[in-house]
Design a protein around this ligand. Structure first.
Ligand SMILES: Cc1cc2nc3c(=O)[nH]c(=O)nc-3n(C[C@H](O)[C@H](O)[C@H](O)COP(=O)(O)O)c2cc1C
Length: 176
C-alpha cells in the first residue's frame, strides 16, 4: 500500500461538519494513512517547514482536504504551500523531492457542486503539481454542504451522508 498523507487545510475543524466527518472516516478506514491537521498544528500560521517536508518525503500520495473558501483553498493551506514548497525542495535544478508523487484534491463547497466549475478554480494547484513533477490524479468534490444547513436536523443529516459518500469515493480513488 502506498504511503498516503492527508493534509487538512480547514482553518477550524472544531467548526466543521463535512470535513471533520470525512477526516474521521478516512482515519478509521485508512489507518495506515497519516493526517496533518494544519489548524491544530499551526493556529498562528507559523509552519514547521522541516517537519512538513519530512511528511511529504514519506508520502507517495498527497491528499489536500479542504473546504472551498472564496472560490479557493483556505489561506492556511496556501500558507503551507508557500512555506513548505521551497526552491531546492520541490522545484529548481536540485528540487526534485516531490517528483513522481501523486496529488489528489478533495474538497467541499457550500454551493451545489454542479453550480460552478469548481475544478477550474484549482488550476493553480494542478499547475503546482505539474511544476513540481507530481502527478495530479483527480479530485473528489462534494457540494451543497453549507453553514445554513446545520441548523436543520434533517439537512444536517444530509451533510453527514454526503460527507460519508465523499469519503467512500475518495477511498475508492486511493485504492484504485
Ligand atoms: C469564509 C468562507 C468562504 C466560503 N466561500 C465559499 C465559496 O466561495 N463557494 C462555496 O461554494 N462555498 C463557500 N463557503 C462554504 C464552505 O465551502 C462550506 O461551508 C464548507 O465546505 C463546509 O465544510 P465544513 O462543514 O467542513 O466546514 C465558504 C465558507 C466560508 C466560511
Amino acid at each position: 500500500m502506498n504511503n498516503i498523507l492527508i493534509v487538512s487545510g480547514h482553518t477550524d475543524l472544531n467548526d466543521s461538519v463535512a470535513n471533520k466527518k470525512i477526516l474521521d472516516i478516512l482515519d478509521e478506514k485508512l489507518p495506515q494513512s497519516r493526517q496533518v491537521h494544519l489548524a491544530e498544528l499551526y493556529p498562528d500560521f507559523t509552519i514547521d517547514v522541516a517537519a512538513e517536508q519530512e511528511k511529504l518525503l514519506w508520502a507517495d500520495v498527497i491528499v489536500l482536504q479542504f473546504p472551498v473558501f472564496w472560490f479557493s483553498a483556505p489561506s492556511l493551506l496556501h500558507r503551507w504551500l508557500e512555506t513548505v514548497f521551497l526552491h531546492g525542495f520541490s522545484h529548481g535544478s536540485t528540487g526534485d523531492k516531490l517528483r513522481g508523487k501523486k496529488l489528489v484534491l478533495s474538497y467541499t463547497t457550500g454551493a451545489p457542486a454542479e453550480a460552478l466549475d469548481f475544478d477550474a478554480f484549482f488550476l493553480c494547484l494542478k499547475t503546482t503539481a505539474q511544476f513540481t513533477g507530481m502527478e495530479y490524479v483527480g479530485s473528489i468534490v462534494t457540494g451543497g454542504v453549507s453553514y445554513q444547513m446545520r441548523e436543520n436536523p434533517e439537512l444536517l443529516a444530509q451533510i453527514h451522508a454526503k460527507a460519508a459518500a465523499h469519503a467512500e469515493r475518495l477511498i475508492a480513488l486511493l485504492e484504485a
